[in-house]
Write a protein that binds this ligand. Structure first.
Ligand code: 5GP
Ligand code: ZN
Length: 118
């Protein structure tokens, strides 16, 4: 069933198909789509469909957290980078560099990534 869109949230609007995105995977609780400004040959964002602002808020739902991580691995597999390696990153809060206030996991790969932990 469709998830009500938070009109102020770009990722809720992508989940609701109100704005376009290149979707790569979908489950009942998650959506994976390509980052509009990719930082690597593979740059996919994995989000919970239900609006949740930060990883900190999401931490109560261990099952959903597990599904989100599994979806990151599934993206890596379907993008052909599961053997060459990839990075999963979650920017959280202001000093964590989070810009979009709907929790998302970055899946990055397809080139040699170097340390960029801030
Ligand atoms: P953050 O810094 O919040 O972890 O990263 C937000 C990411 O969302 C950025 O990499 C940015 O390019 C991506 N992004 C922002 N707006 C859109 C959008 O409308 N569509 C897509 N596909 N990605 C977006
Ligand atoms: Zn949202």
């Amino acid at each position: 069933s469709p998830v009500p869109a938070n009109a102020d949230c770009v990722f809720c609007r992508i989940v609701a198909r109100e704005i376009p995105a290149t979707i790569v995977r979908e489950t009942d609780r998650t959506l994976a789509f390509r980052d509009v400004n990719p930082q690597a040959p593979v740059h996919v964002l994995v989000v919970p469909k239900a609006h949740t602002t930060t990883l900190t808020e999401l931490a109560d739902d261990a099952e959903l957290l597990g599904v989100l991580l599994q979806e990151c691995v599934a993206v890596a597999r379907s993008e052909g980078i599961v053997d060459t390696g990839y990075r999963v990153a979650v920017n959280t809060g202001e000093q964590g560099g989070q810009v979009v206030q709907h929790c998302h996991l970055h899946v990055l790969g397809g080139r040699q990534l170097v340390g960029s932990l801030g």
